[in-house]
Design a protein around this ligand. Structure first.
Ligand code: 5GP
Length: 114
C-alpha cells in the first residue's frame, strides 16, 4: 500500500510545520487553511477512517482531543472558541485515508456545516 501524505509527513519524507510531536502523534499546520488557525492532529499509527477504530485506540483518540485543547490554548483561540472535526469517508469530506482531527478557529464558524 502506498503511504498517505500524512505517513510521509510523520516519516519526515516531506516537510510540514510541526506544532506538536510525541511518540504517538503529530500536530501540523494544514497546508490549505480554512481559518486563521487550522491544525491537524494525526496519530502516528495509521488508522484509515473512524470506522476502523477499535477499543485499543481509545487512548490515542482521547489524547488527540487533549492535544487539540492544548493547542487551542497555545494558539490563543481557547476563549474565543474553535471547532474540532473528524471527517469520515466521502460524504464526510475525508480526503486523506489516515484519521486526523481538524482544529479550526480564529474566526466565527457557521452552523450547519456546508
Ligand atoms: P480531510 O479532507 O481528509 O478531512 O483533511 C485533509 C486535510 O489535509 C485538508 O485540510 C488538506 O488541506 C490537508 N493536507 C493535504 N495535503 C497536505 C500536506 O501535504 N500538508 C499539510 N500540512 N496538509 C495537507
Amino acid at each position: 500500500m502506498n503511504k498517505t501524505i500524512f505517513q510521509q509527513i510523520i516519516d519526515k519524507e516531506i516537510p510540514a510545520t510541526i506544532l506538536y510531536e510525541d511518540e504517538s502523534l503529530i500536530a501540523i499546520e494544514d497546508i490549505n487553511p480554512v481559518a486563521p488557525v487550522h491544525a491537524l492532529i494525526i496519530p502516528k499509527k495509521c488508522i484509515e477512517t473512524l470506522n476502523d477504530l477499535n477499543p485499543a485506540d481509545t487512548d490515542i483518540v482521547g489524547k488527540m482531543i487533549l492535544v487539540a485543547r492544548n493547542l487551542a490554548k497555545e494558539l490563543k483561540i481557547d476563549q474565543s472558541g474553535y471547532r474540532t472535526v473528524f471527517n469520515c469517508n466521502s460524504d464526510g469530506g475525508q480526503t486523506v485515508s489516515h484519521i486526523h482531527l481538524h482544529l479550526v478557529g480564529g474566526r466565527k464558524m457557521n452552523w450547519p456545516p456546508g
